[in-house]
Design a binder for this molecule. Structure first.
Ligand SMILES: *[C@@H]1O[C@H](CO)[C@@H](O)[C@H](O)[C@H]1NC(C)=O
Ligand SMILES: CC(=O)N[C@H]1CO[C@H](CO)[C@@H](O)[C@@H]1O
Length: 532
């Protein structure tokens, strides 16, 4: 006999209450996190930590500085501040020390002259960090997925191999969001990374560990990848430089997960660093033969460039308003370029920018050859086993039992709803083509476009859950296939980094990279955290 109705209702209410209590507990736990006495990481006192990669390489090959001293200085700094930021999730200190000693020994033999050394090994002895999602031999290959906790890379990703061949010394791998699909870097293997300018704030994602590690002067140069802003958002939130190259220039091989067949071209591997002068040499190394597609040797006359700017996307309902601080920072750049450089600067209103999020979804819904669909996120989370059941994982998460993070579960739940049907796809594909045409024509081979990197400075931890669409400020340029450099512009009154995206036409990366160096000179570039 079935229990009477009231009893069933009571049971249901009891279950609902249990579920709610579980949920509240889980949220409280999530928001708790470790507490630090300090608000920021301490400043840098060791001068070796305040040199660019190419300056360090020069000092090392001139034998003015020992490579082991450089590597040791970084190891000391990491031991000091990494426990606060949790940017590096696996150290590679012993191997790095050995490699540094062999650099010093080789240099002592004086086999090559300085010019040869520079040509063969432009980053000789320079400490390097790599986003965990990129394979570095002997290091984990998990992308933060608990099921993959024991996966170890058997070889190097192409870009990692190229940087090693150029003389760089990997000192560790850095945190990312679970499967690189969220803009807060936190997962169930490595925990959460914290912003060095305020530990209660996010580092961004997915290359977030890389962003905070570089910003905290725990590394010199870093490798990231970007399919929706994963290089530029962390670079922005942590006040450093990050370049998303033109599609098809830098090889993506050797990262996990890889984008679908139709998306791979929009996934861009690129350099992250504190000093703008490292961007071009890094790109030269990382691109390998792909560098021929760019015009990095062309001299850029900044005065003759045409600058365009737009302070926000024109009013999309999905995204936060651009903060006043960021609008003011952009205006300062515009005024500076007009008065100091005397270049042409024009305010534009690209109406279709308000569909940024939709254009990104359109890109992600694109099918490969023969209508092949990109790998489903539920399958990726299942890691080559059974796809996960998002609803079941949500219930488990509320009880603190899921091995997945809540953004992943949310994305898995919404995955099918976020994909466009034929009709919507066609509609937004047309918008994309029209906006692409408009921008490419406007920019030509001598134009750059200034646009916010994100609507807000680095928010507090977990806030991204309430603003899931803001990444479209960066994601739109993946969909449009344009090169972009995120440039830091100092700190706001609360000490959090400001910045801006500099965009150019296809394969005109040399323009955004030249502007990055100019903005660094004019506005100070990276600011050491803990200085104020
Ligand atoms: C890393 O893991 C992926 C996915 O399982 C695999 O395809 C790849 O071969 C692994 N890479 C290395 C270098 O071990
Ligand atoms: C804060 C945090 O969870 N840190 C972890 C980062 O990853 C390493 C390696 O797995 C752990 O030892 C740390 O506890």
């Amino acid at each position: 006999m079935a229990p009477p109705l009231t009893a069933r209702v009571q049971l249901l209410l009891l279950r609902a209450a249990g579920f709610l209590i579980g949920l509240i507990g889980q949220v409280a736990r999530a928001f708790g996190g470790p507490k630090f006495h300090a608000r920021t990481t301490g400043p840098v006192s060791e001068p070796l930590l305040l040199l660019s990669g190419i300056q360090l390489a020069k000092l090392i090959r001139q034998r003015k500085v020992k490579c082991i001293d450089v590597v040791q200085a970084y190891i000391n700094r990491i031991k000091d501040v990494n426990p606060m930021i949790n940017g590096i999730v696996k150290y590679r200190f012993e191997e790095a020390r050995k490699e540094a000693h062999s650099v010093d020994e080789r240099l002592a033999e004086k086999l090559e002259d300085e010019a040869t050394l520079e040509k063969k090994w432009p980053f000789l002895g320079v400490p390097l960090t790599v986003k965990e999602a990129f394979q570095l031999q002997g290091m984990p290959n998990s992308s933060g997925l608990v099921n993959r906790r024991d996966a170890i890379s058997k070889s190097d990703a192409t870009v990692v191999a190229l940087l090693k061949e150029a003389g760089a010394i990997p000192i560790g791998i850095t945190n990312c969001s679970e499967l690189c699909m969220w803009y807060e870097s936190s997962n169930k293997i490595y925990g959460r990374s914290n912003n060095p300018y305020d530990l209660q704030h996010i580092v961004g994602g997915s290359s977030g560990g890389e962003g905070c590690t570089l910003a905290a002067a725990c590394s010199v140069i870093g490798v990231g990848s970007d399919i929706g802003g994963s290089i530029r958002m962390p670079a922005f939130f942590n006040g450093i430089f990050g370049h998303k190259p033109s599609p098809g220039v830098v090889p993506n091989q050797g990262q996990f997960p890889m984008a679908g067949e139709a998306q791979e071209i929009f996934q861009c591997t690129g350099p992250m660093c504190r000093y703008a002068e490292d961007l071009i040499p890094m790109l030269r190394v990382m691109a390998g033969p792909g560098i021929k597609k760019l015009k990095l040797d062309a001299k850029v006359h900044l005065r003759h460039l045409k600058f365009y700017w737009m302070e926000h996307d024109g009013g999309s309902l999905l995204m936060s308003k651009v903060e006043q601080d960021l609008i003011l920072a952009q205006r300062k750049v515009v005024a500076h370029i007009e008065s100091m450089l005397g270049a042409s600067v024009q305010h534009v209103k690209l109406k279709q920018m308000k569909y940024s999020f939709q254009l990104w979804i359109t890109m992600m819904s694109t099918k490969g050859h023969d209508g092949k669909e990109p790998m489903k996120f539920v399958d990726l989370l299942g890691d080559h086993g059974k796809p996960i059941s998002p609803l079941w994982e949500l219930i488990k998460w509320c009880l603190g039992l899921s091995v997945y993070t809540i953004p992943s579960i949310g994305l898995a739940l919404l995955e099918e709803k976020l994909k466009y049907n034929k009709e919507k796809y066609k509609k937004f594909k047309a918008v994309e083509e029209s906006l692409h045409k408009e921008l490419v024509e406007m920019l030509g081979d001598d134009g750059v476009f200034l646009y916010p990197s994100h609507p807000t400075v680095a928010p507090k931890h977990h806030v991204p859950l309430t603003r899931p669409f803001n990444f479209a400020y960066t994601g739109v340029f993946n969909a449009l296939g344009l090169p972009v450099t995120q440039c830091p512009l100092g700190l706001n009154a609360k000490g959090l980094p400001l910045g801006i995206q500099v965009v150019a036409g296809p394969f005109n990366d040399h323009l955004t990279l030249a502007v990055a160096q100019y903005l660094e000179k004019s506005f100070g570039g990276w600011v050491c955290p803990g200085k104020i």
